[in-house]
Design a protein around this ligand. Structure first.
Ligand code: SF4
Ligand code: SF4
Length: 91
């Protein structure tokens, strides 16, 4: 039986932007310069897409990393609830 290969998330960091990319599903950008580390996105994501960074941002806070973008259902809750407009969900 043919089994489709499970899509995996690739996390890319470029300047202030951390992007979780799940091929053919979604891309989630976190602007680590804007993020204040409040944790709303981490708590409210229904699919637990985010994990906290191990390193600190320029602001000196841990920031959410979209390490499980392949689980994202594109509800945009994280983008809508972020008080600092630090998240963009694209597909
Ligand atoms: S769009 Fe929804 S499922 Fe996807 S990361 Fe944001 S809150 Fe989670
Ligand atoms: S909701 Fe926005 S400011 Fe708060 S941790 Fe998430 S990305 Fe950072």
């Amino acid at each position: 039986m043919f089994m489709a290969e499970e899509s995996k998330t690739v996390v890319v960091k470029e300047n202030y932007l951390v992007t979780g990319k799940a091929e053919g599903i979604v891309e989630i950008d976190v602007d680590t310069f804007l993020c204040k580390g409040c944790g709303i996105c981490v708590e409210m994501c229904p699919r637990k897409v985010f994990e906290w960074s191990k390193e600190l941002s320029e602001k000196g806070v841990h920031y959410p990393v979209p390490v499980h973008a392949e689980k994202c259902v594109k509800c945009k809750l994280c983008e809508l609830l972020c008080p600092d407009f630090a998240i963009a969900v694209r597909w």
